[in-house]
Structures are given as structure tokens and as C-alpha cells.
Design a protein around this ligand. Structure first.
Ligand code: ZN
Length: 303
């Protein structure tokens, strides 16, 4: 028998209870596929159930010749509060049909469990979605926090309402930002440091100034303005769009996006494992409740 100290972490029970069988809604109209995150009760916190449903929806949109462009949105008040770290549907120990070639993480010891899981469901999925051959538009209202940023960033365009805000507070967990580390590419490095060090909300208007968001519109016009752009894109030829997207995505890689993420992912997992070694769990002793409280405190701004 192995005496690997990591055995303590092997095969934890999955006790997740889903509040819905439809964590993602899918619809197609006039060449536009709409993919809607549908956990409004939990501000669209992303569990694995939702992740795999998102992936299936994107696959469906790519396979459907009638679809030219994809809109990703969130039901309810907020786009996404981030990864699910505390709802009854948190399902990190549940096995799913994997979409990458990484093996099942659920019965693996030590740091392997988290590393393999996050290669599949966060880094791998996000890279896969970023490279979808059809254009994607994130339609963002309200909160777009941490894991929510990853979902907006993988899209080609971001249209936000005036009340939308962007935030990555995971430094408070002792972790250098979310798994899909695009911060210093989406923002310039100095602003990325401010964004991460302070963990404050970045309003949509500033995100637009930084080039992270394409368009900011009043909340009651968000849907109309987003679909106006989607309709224009849907009128373009499929291959013209696919080839253009591919070239610009390769430019991002030449600018170092992929390498940055590989480096950051290693540090990210050192942080998860370091936290485990200190006996503080994988999240630096934080949970959903303490993170919400910390996010509120971060809003007592210095101006
Ligand atoms: Zn992580």
C-alpha cells in the first residue's frame, strides 16, 4: 500500500445537490446562438455541471451551420460571481466525461487532484472556448468576479452595462489570480497589479478605457445593443470570421498569452498546495462567506 501523505485527500465524497438540471440554456435565432448561464439563485456560480453544459452548448453552436455568432450571458442580476466555492451544487469531487486528455482527478492524491482538475475544467476549457472557430460576445451585467472574468475574457467581444463591474479578489486566498491568467494582457501590467493587489471592483467604464471591454451601454439597452452587433457579425461569411479570429488569437499567443498562463498556472497550484500544507484547505482558509465579506470591505475605497 502506498503511504503517500496525499492519500488523505483521495476520493472525497461528492455530496453536491443540484438546484437545476439546466445550468445552461441554449437557443438559436437568426444565426445567433444564445448560451445562458442559468444559476441565478447563486449568481451563476460556475460548478462543473455548468462547465460541462457550457462546453456542450458551445460544441452545439459550432456544429450548427445555421449559427454564425454566439452570445454568452448570465440569467438574473449578475453575469457570474465566479467559481462555485460554496453552493449545495459545488461538485469538485464528481467525475464527468472529460473533454481534454487529462485523467480523472477525483481519485488522485495530494496536489495532483487539484492540478489535474483545474487543467481540465478551468485552463483547458477556457483555452478551448477562446479558440472556438465562431465569434463569441460576452454580454455582461452586474458582477463579473474571478471565474466570471475567465468566461468573459475567453469571448472575442465584451459588451457591458454601465452597472457591470470586474473583480479578481483571489489574492486574498494567497493565490496569484484566477487560473486563466489573462490579467496582464487584458490590462496593462501596472493596472493589472492594481486590479489584483487591491482586489477592488473595476467599473465597466474603466474596463472600457483599458480596452478590456468593447462597449458600455445603459442596462436597459444591454440586450438590444449586444444583439445589434451579433446580427451584424452574423451577416459576415463564416470562413472570413473564423480566419480573422484565428489570426488574432495567434497574435495573442505571440504576445505571450499562452506562456503567461502556463507560468501563472504553476504558481497558482503552488499556492493551492502551499495552503493545503499549512492546513488551511486549498483556498487559504477562505470560503464563499468570507470572500463576500472581504469583497465588501474592499469597496470601502481609498478613492
Ligand atoms: Zn485554482
Amino acid at each position: 500500500m502506498s503511504q503517500d501523505p496525499g492519500d488523505a485527500f483521495v476520493a472525497r465524497d461528492d455530496r453536491s445537490v443540484y438546484e437545476t438540471e439546466l445550468p445552461v440554456l441554449y437557443d438559436v435565432k437568426d444565426g445567433i446562438a444564445t448560451v445562458t448561464m442559468n444559476r441565478p439563485t447563486f449568481n451563476n456560480a460556475q460548478n462543473s455541471q455548468m462547465t460541462y453544459a457550457l462546453d456542450a452548448s458551445f460544441r452545439r453552436a459550432v456544429d450548427d451551420d445555421a449559427v454564425k455568432v454566439i452570445v454568452l450571458r448570465g440569467a438574473g442580476k449578475h453575469f457570474s460571481a465566479g467559481h462555485d466555492i460554496g453552493t449545495p451544487g459545488r461538485d469538485i469531487d464528481k467525475p464527468f466525461d472529460r473533454q481534454s486528455l487529462w485523467w480523472d482527478h477525483t481519485n488522485k492524491p495530494g496536489g495532483e487532484q487539484y492540478f489535474v482538475r483545474e487543467q481540465e475544467v478551468y485552463l483547458g476549457m477556457c483555452r478551448r472556448w477562446h479558440d472556438l472557430p465562431k465569434p463569441t460576445i460576452a454580454m455582461v451585467q452586474g458582477a463579473c468576479i474571478a471565474g466570471g472574468l475567465m468566461l468573459a475574457w475567453v469571448c472575442d467581444l465584451i459588451v457591458a452595462s454601465e452597472d457591470a463591474f470586474f473583480q479578481d479578489p483571489v489574492v486574498r486566498m494567497g493565490i496569484p489570480g484566477v487560473e486563466y491568467f489573462a490579467h496582464a494582457h487584458e490590462l496593462n501590467p501596472r493596472v493589472a497589479k492594481e486590479f489584483l493587489f487591491l482586489g477592488e471592483r473595476m467599473p465597466a467604464a474603466r474596463a472600457q478605457q483599458m480596452g478590456m471591454v468593447n462597449r458600455v451601454v445603459p442596462r436597459d439597452e444591454l440586450e438590444a445593443r449586444t444583439y445589434e452587433w451579433a446580427a451584424k457579425i452574423a451577416a459576415q461569411p463564416r470562413m472570413g470570421l473564423a480566419l480573422t479570429k484565428t489570426v488574432i488569437n495567434r497574435v495573442e499567443e505571440l504576445q505571450g498569452l499562452r506562456t503567461t498562463m502556463d507560468i501563472a498556472f504553476g504558481y497558482h497550484h503552488f499556492a493551492h498546495t502551499h495552503s493545503q500544507l499549512l492546513g488551511a484547505g486549498t483556498l487559504g482558509g477562505q470560503d464563499a462567506k468570507s470572500m463576500v465579506a472581504g469583497n465588501k470591505a474592499a469597496e470601502k475605497k481609498t478613492g
